[in-house]
Design a protein around this ligand. Sequence first.
Ligand code: KIV
Ligand code: ZN
Length: 393
Amino acid sequence: MSDRVYIFDTTLRDGEQSPGCSMTVPEKLKMAAKLVDLGVDILEAGFPIASDGDFEAVGAVAREYPWVQVAALARSNKGDVERAAESLKHAKRPRIHTFIATSDIHLKFKLKKSRQQVLDEAVAAVRLAREYCDDVEFSAEDATRTDWDYLEQVSRAVVAAGARTVNLPDTVGYSVPDEYKELIGRMVKALGDSAIVSVHCHDDLGLAVANSIAAVQAGARQVECTINGIGERAGNASLEEFVMAINTRRDRLPFETKIVTEHLFPASQLLSSIVTFGPQPNKAIVGENAFAHEAGIHQDGFLKERTTYEIIDPRSVGVPESKLILGKHSGRHALAKRCEDLGFGLNKEQLDTVYHRFTTLADRKKGVRNDEIQDLAREAMDETNAARAGLKS
Ligand code: KIV
Ligand code: ZN
C-alpha cells in the first residue's frame, strides 16, 4: 500500500461553516492562493447549493487554479448534485463530494428515512454525480456512530456506483483512536484497491488529529482537515498539526504528504486576518507561544542547543524565529542574550545589576518588554560610566 497521504483541505467549506468564519468570494480566492502554495491535493471550495456566494467561489477557484483538484459539496439529492456540477462546469479537475448521514440516530430524528432509503439515495447521488465527472467522493455522515455492517454495505454500494473516494467522518468528534483505527481498518480491507478511504475528524473531544493519525495507520489515504483547525463546533483536524506530526515522527509514521511546510505559518496568519479569530496562543505549530520559551532552565538549554526544547525548527513551518520570553521564570543566560541582541554588551557587574532589577520588575508583571530591558541596561551602563568618571576626577 502506498504511503502517500492526500491532503483534502476543507478550510473554505467546513471551516467557513463555523461561527465567525464566513468568507466572501474575494476572501476565499485570497485564501485559496495560499492553500495552492501550501500544496494541498484537493481544495474543497464550498457547498454550492447553500448560497450563490459558495456557488461562485467554487467556480472562481477552479478557474483560477485549473491544475488543482477542486471539490464542491452536495447532499445526496438531485438538486444539490446538479448545482455542484454546474459550479464545477469549467473546472479542469472537478470533484463532486456527495454525502448523506448513515447513523440510526440521524436516520430516525433528522432524515426520518429507513436504512434502505438512505442506501438507495446514496447510490443514486453517486451515479448522477458520475454523469458529470469521474472524480466522485461519497461521505457517510456520522460514520463513527453508524452500525459497522451497514456502513460497509453502503461503502461497497457507492463504490460499485462509481465513487472513487469513500469518506468516513467522525462528524461529532465522538470516536477514540483505537476504535477509529479498527473501523477504518475494516473498511480499507472491505474496499481494497477499489477506492481511497478518507477520514474527516471533528475535534469535540480534542482527538481529531489523533484519530486522523490512527486512521492513516489503518490504511486511510486521504485526510480532510483545515488551517488552524477551524470548522463546525470545536473544529476539524488541524492541517498543520497532522502534517507536522507525520513529518516530525517519520520513524513511527512513515507517510508522505506534498505539503510545503514553510507555508504553514503564513497560511495560518492569512486565515486569522480573514476570519474573526486566530489560533489560541498555545496552539501547536502556529500559536504565538508554539516556539516561545520562558522558563530559565528551558531558555538556558535552548541557548546551548535548540533541540533540547524544540522538536521542530520554527523556520521549517515559516515561523521566522523562536522567542525567548523574558518574565519572572527567566534566567540570567536569556537576559544576557537579549541585552546583547538589543545592542548592549554588558560586563558581569552590569549584568548582575540589570538581572537584579529585572527580577524585581518581572515579579510584578506578566512579562518584561524590550524597551524596559533597554532602560535597565542603559541605566546600569550610565551608572558604571558615572562611577568611572567620578574616580577619575
Ligand atoms: O462532518 C461531516 O460529516 C462533514 C461531511 C459533510 C463530510 O462535514
Ligand atoms: Zn465536517
